[in-house]
Design a protein around this ligand. Structure first.
Ligand SMILES: *Cc1c(COP(=O)(O)O)cnc(C)c1O
Length: 454
């Protein structure tokens, strides 16, 4: 019976679905894993098998699935209203969530502009920054400084701010150019510098760009401390502080993309806090609803906001918004997420788990001859695999080493999704110590099974 149902669903998937970021030819040759339910930190498939959710359902889940308080917040809101527009009207959850966000974001940020995805939160920030300088009568400030291999989402605007050869190669003609600066990671691994020398070299490279283009830079855009999709490229607080200071000296705006790092992921509410920086525009997404519904936000300072004020006939308004902007269900569950983070002191209690993940990764992967590096900020970590770490020689792309290991991990009861050959560990903040052991054991076992005993 269950099997019959599974077959029917699998066939319909293969016939009708086109999955995101997926080579569908390989997908069609394989049996899809179909998730039907969630329970705490576990996903349950259509055949009734349980898997630990080791990637937080793509980096967004915070407290686990079917969390009682989040479920209740949704039910209570749906009994009031599921959706009402924010164009020309306001609603209770949007107001309450904006005030709650303003009380936890870095000092100076207080205006919340909602959207539906992380990409859009970045799109909004870049459009606010672009319009800001036009309104400020500095029309020359048009350029964005971004990090090499950055990822800020998939709209044309946010794609332009990022860079990845496979993502860009077919649509390059649609994207606008940016000033790309190499982050410390490039110097550390491609030029084999020490972490300190790499920070220095990366800051020097950025300084050259700011020197050359000082009065043309609209904003610097950065994923703070960890460039997630690049392959968990970590950098130091020192680099982050240095880059922000440079942007400030050049008179440019600072846009921080905390879509991945926000809401406790790095061990603080926001990664900015580790470096004591406060941006002009902060992009939030993923964990904002605890991983329940699509919602994102761009939080601005009052200085930015005031530039957009004027009489209607001055046309200074920010002309942007979508049908579901600030959806009440999503805002209600986001508010409950913030209450949980506060009332259960989730972030304060993460420290031992972060240290346990660090030691588990070190113990299991540290000595393996194919492990090139282990990078971690909070409960966000990557283990980089290479054919020869000494020679910085990767496995051939066609071997799909990371993907094969992740697939093998399923038979050991965990769901993970790699970034190329970087194994990603991104569990919900609610993961227990025993589950951290289970997660790292399963992926380690899968790696040894795939690469052979070494
Ligand atoms: C995931 C991600 C985005 C895009 O968010 P979506 O909700 O997938 O559009 C943007 N920036 C960073 C840093 C991300 O990790």
């Amino acid at each position: 019976m269950t099997e019959e149902r599974y077959r029917r669903l699998a066939n319909a998937d293969h016939r009708h679905l086109w999955h995101p970021f997926t080579q569908m030819q390989a997908w069609l040759e394989d049996e899809p894993l179909i998730i039907e339910r969630g329970e705490g930190n576990y996903l349950i498939d259509a055949r009734g098998r349980r898997y630990l959710d080791g990637v937080s359902s793509l980096w967004c889940n915070v407290h686990g699935h079917r969390q009682a308080q989040l479920d209740r917040a949704l039910r209570e809101q749906i009994e009031r209203i599921a959706h009402s527009t924010m164009l020309g009207l306001s609603h209770t959850p949007a107001i309450e969530l904006a005030a709650a966000l303003a009380s936890i974001v870095p000092a100076g940020l207080q205006r919340v502009f909602y959207s539906d995805s992380g990409a859009e939160a970045v799109e909004v920030a870049l459009r606010i920054a672009a319009q800001y300088w036009q309104l400020a009568a500095s029309p020359r400030r048009k350029l964005f400084v971004t990090l090499e291999e950055a990822y800020h989402g998939d709209t044309i605007g946010s794609t332009s701010l990022g860079y990845s050869e496979p993502f860009h190669q077919h649509i390059r003609h649609l994207l606008f150019p940016t000033l790309k600066t190499p982050p410390p990671h490039i110097f550390r691994f491609h030029q084999r510098m020490t972490p300190e020398a790499a920070d220095e070299a990366a800051l020097d490279a950025a300084a050259k760009i700011f020197d050359r283009h000082a009065d043309e830079v609209a904003a610097v855009v950065i994923e703070p401390l960890m460039q997630g999709a690049a392959g968990m490229w970590a950098h130091s607080t020192r680099y982050l502080e240095g880059l922000v200071e440079m942007a400030r000296r050049a008179g440019a705006l600072v846009i921080v993309d905390e879509v991945a790092t926000g809401f406790g992921r790095t061990g603080r509410m926001f990664a900015c806090e580790h470096a004591g920086i406060s941006p002009d525009l902060l992009c939030l997404g993923k964990g904002i609803t605890g991983g329940y519904l699509p919602l994102a936000a761009t939080v601005a300072t009052e200085r930015i906001f005031e530039m957009f004020l004027g009489r209607p006939e001055e046309f200074r308004a920010f002309y942007y918004g979508h049908t579901y902007t600030g959806n009440p269900l999503a805002a209600a569950v986001a508010l409950a997420n913030l209450e949980l983070l506060r009332d259960q002191r989730i972030i304060e209690s993460m420290r031992p788990k972060i240290e346990l993940l660090r030691s588990c990764l070190q113990n299991r992967f540290g000595e393996h001859p194919n492990v090139a590096d282990i990078r971690q900020w909070g409960l966000m970590a990557g283990v980089e695999l290479m054919r020869s770490p000494q020679a910085r020689q990767p496995f051939p792309y066609a071997a799909q080493t990371g993907a094969r290991i992740s697939k093998a991990a399923r038979n050991r009861g965990v769901i993970v999704r790699p970034l190329g050959d970087v194994l990603v560990f991104m569990p919900p903040l609610s993961i227990t110590p025993a589950e951290i052991e289970m997660l790292t054991d399963a992926v380690h076992g899968a790696m040894r099974e795939t690469l052979g005993e070494k």
